[in-house]
Design a binder for this molecule. Sequence first.
Ligand code: AFP
Length: 376
Amino acid sequence: MTARTTRSAAGPAGTAAREPQLQQTLTEFLIDEQRKVPNATGSYTALVNDIRLACKRIANIVGKGQLVDIHGKAGSVNVQGEAQAKLDIVADEIFHRTHLRGGTVAAMLSEEHEHVRPVPPEYPRGRYLIAFDPLDGSSNIDINVSVGSIFSVLLDPDPAAEIGPEAFLQPGSRQVCAGYAIYGPTTMLVMTLGHGVHGFTLDREIGEFILTHRDMRIPEEASEFAINASNSRHWEPAVSRYVDECLAGASGPRGRDFNMRWVASLVAEAHRILLRGGVFLYPRDERASARKGKLRLLYEANPIGFLIEQAGGRASTGDSPILDVQPQGIHQRTAFVFGSRAEVERIEAYHRDHNAKRYDAPLFGARGLFRTTAGR
Ligand code: AFP
């Protein structure tokens, strides 16, 4: 055996003395991004570093589960009137505390708090506003299914003014950064800084996020749709028509079979769609609680919408682009449809066609698959 073909004890033939393959870390990625901006102060990089730390802290606790008594309800309700899980409260506290000291943030908005929380005067006020859903998909916690955190970053519109809720009332098109962490079999941070979408996987042994999914693009071909079908009797005609056509499969107007998915975690659905294509719908419907939709505009729909658009997909209210909506309130709800561009455009077209006239949906009408009360 010559020196050239010496077999390494650690690796297969031919890999002897190979240079270690150092994958790019999130830190290195951010340094490269910062260098592209002349006169950057590093404040933005520091903010993303704090987001990363908050997500790692939450991932650590999510990963321990009931070992640290984190499952179950907290016994309180949030501003939306939803029962809070213990992990909702812990994750909210982690996001809040992790962003207090850095001097990057002026105020925070959370799903779990009625009011905006300005950074207290003992800490420096930063240039950014951060809105977050600290723990998305809480109903999945106790059953050990993926949950996540969602964040949206805006610029403080008036750094000299006292900060209040109106500072956050900016359309999603003004976001400077957005993303989510998904706490699944692996923990990933998926984000956009406004130029494409990149995914980083947490390597727990070195405690770093590694760039594993550069420039994520939503596949154009879609064969999966996600919707909570238990609400079908309340849907608008355009939504019923779209779902009916998917369910009709190869023999219907779409000419091919579709599959249906529903994880009840926006983060998990968005992650699947980014990687595999498809479409997600949480439409408004005729229930009093859902007339304006269910998902929250500022810390659910806008950040996910920004990611989806940056990955080449489309994000919509069902009628118009989600990122153009002028928010009226910090906890405002919205209808939300996103995913592969052509599917979302089709749903928008159905809304235009059908909003004026009643659609007699064959699968959801009196003889419908999901409807039990005849003629209702
Ligand atoms: P939480 O942040 O309160 O856990 O909300 C989960 C969620 O907003 C979103 O992630 C899901 O898509 C949606 O609710 C599921 O809603 P249904 O339970 O009505 O299907």
